[in-house]
Each structure stands twice: as structure tokens, then as C-alpha cells.
Design a protein around this ligand. Structure first.
Ligand SMILES: O=P(O)(O)OC[C@H](O)CO
Length: 207
């Protein structure tokens, strides 16, 4: 029990490392104040380009992977501690203790953790990501299709109960999208008919 608790707390602390904010600050900005205001890979990439944003991509994914591996080790191979530790890392990314509780949507942290939850489905997801990105000529769409296909891909390798666990993790991502949309709408309402109204709407749409 204690090792699992350590893995969960460690997962949360790991998830709380605000990689995008650190990379952004190194370049003189806070991703939470620009673009879609999400401290994640895409927002940093939009501002700095691929090369500078790669550490965010890798870092946010590794947070989930490391938490999942810690859960795996703590639970002696049992899958429940893996889910718990990945969930903790996702919560850390969304509400980071090291960044004033203003975090991201946890997509990449989820994806990194999913590699531990079900490696074969993760590999298929990567194949789907590459194929869809090339086909649609859009990495953003490739990511969406791949991430949202993961539960279906997992069904081929794991019982439905595990897939339900994955769905629960993805609900957290949905919650973060909902919160971002609400924040964008409120910003639009605050701006009223002023010039900020469009910006508020845009923030809600992007989020
Ligand atoms: O969910 P996040 O915070 O990892 O950010 C999402 C990425 O920007 C998607 O590319």
C-alpha cells in the first residue's frame, strides 16, 4: 500500500513540473498568457516552432510514462496502481503545485502514461498518428485521431474494465477542455461588445 501511495504522490509531483512554462519562460514568455493560453506543446510550438517545443512534447509525455512505471513497480505488475499513478500525473499537469495550479489539459501526460498501461495499443496509436498526420497533412488532427482511438485499440489487447479505466482518464482531459471553453466564454462576456470580445471567443474556440 505504502509504495503505491508513494507512486501516486510522486506521480502528482512529477506531473506538476510545468515543462511548457519553464521552456516559455526561458524564451521570455508564459504560455498561459499567449495564444490559446494552454501550457502545452502546441501553444509553445505555435510561438517558438517545432525545435524549441520538442522538449515540451517529450517532457510532458515522459511525466506520464515515469509515473506509470512507478505505479507498475509499486504494484508489482498490478494495473490499478499504474492507472492511479498516471491519473495523479495528469492531475499534477492540470493543477500543478509548482505553477500556481494553472496547468494544461494533460493530453500528452495521458499519452505517455498509456504507453505503460497498454504498450501494443500505444504503438498502434503512434502508427495511426503518423498515417493520419501524413494523410490529412495535419499533426494536430493526427494527434486527435490517435489519442481518441486509444481506448478502441486497447480493446484488442485488454479487458473492457481496463478500457473503462482509460475512458475515466480521458474524462479528465474532457473536463479540462470544458473548463478552458468556459473560461474563454467568460472572458468574452467580460469583454462585452468591446474589441476583446472576439479574442475571448477565439480563446474559447481554441481551448
Ligand atoms: O494537454 P496538454 O497540456 O499536454 O497540451 C496539449 C498539447 O498542446 C497538444 O498538442
Amino acid at each position: 500500500m505504502v509504495p503505491v501511495l508513494v507512486a501516486v504522490i510522486g506521480g502528482y509531483l512529477l506531473g506538476s513540473v510545468p515543462v511548457a512554462v519553464l521552456v516559455g519562460r526561458a524564451h521570455g514568455f508564459d504560455p498561459r498568457d499567449v495564444g490559446d493560453r494552454n501550457p502545452g506543446f502546441w501553444n509553445v510550438r505555435e510561438r517558438l516552432g517545432w525545435k524549441a517545443a520538442v522538449p515540451v512534447f517529450a517532457g510532458d509525455m515522459l511525466k506520464g510514462t515515469a509515473a506509470g512505471l512507478a505505479g507498475l513497480a509499486a504494484g508489482g505488475g498490478d494495473v490499478l496502481p499504474v492507472y492511479a499513478a498516471v491519473a495523479a500525473a495528469m492531475i499534477g499537469h492540470a493543477w500543478p503545485v509548482f505553477a500556481g495550479g494553472r496547468g494544461g489539459r494533460s493530453i500528452l501526460t495521458f499519452a505517455g502514461g498509456f504507453a505503460v498501461i497498454c504498450l501494443p495499443a500505444f504503438v498502434l496509436g503512434v502508427v495511426l498518428l503518423v498515417a493520419t498526420s501524413l494523410l490529412l497533412r495535419s499533426f494536430a488532427w493526427g494527434t486527435r485521431v490517435a489519442v481518441f482511438s486509444l481506448p478502441a485499440l486497447q480493446l484488442a489487447f485488454a479487458p473492457a474494465a481496463y478500457v473503462a479505466g482509460t475512458g475515466a482518464l480521458m474524462c479528465l482531459i474532457g473536463l479540462r477542455f470544458g473548463q478552458a471553453a468556459l473560461t474563454g466564454r467568460r472572458a468574452g462576456q467580460r469583454a462585452g461588445r468591446g474589441p476583446g470580445r472576439t479574442a475571448g471567443r477565439r480563446a474559447g474556440r481554441r481551448a
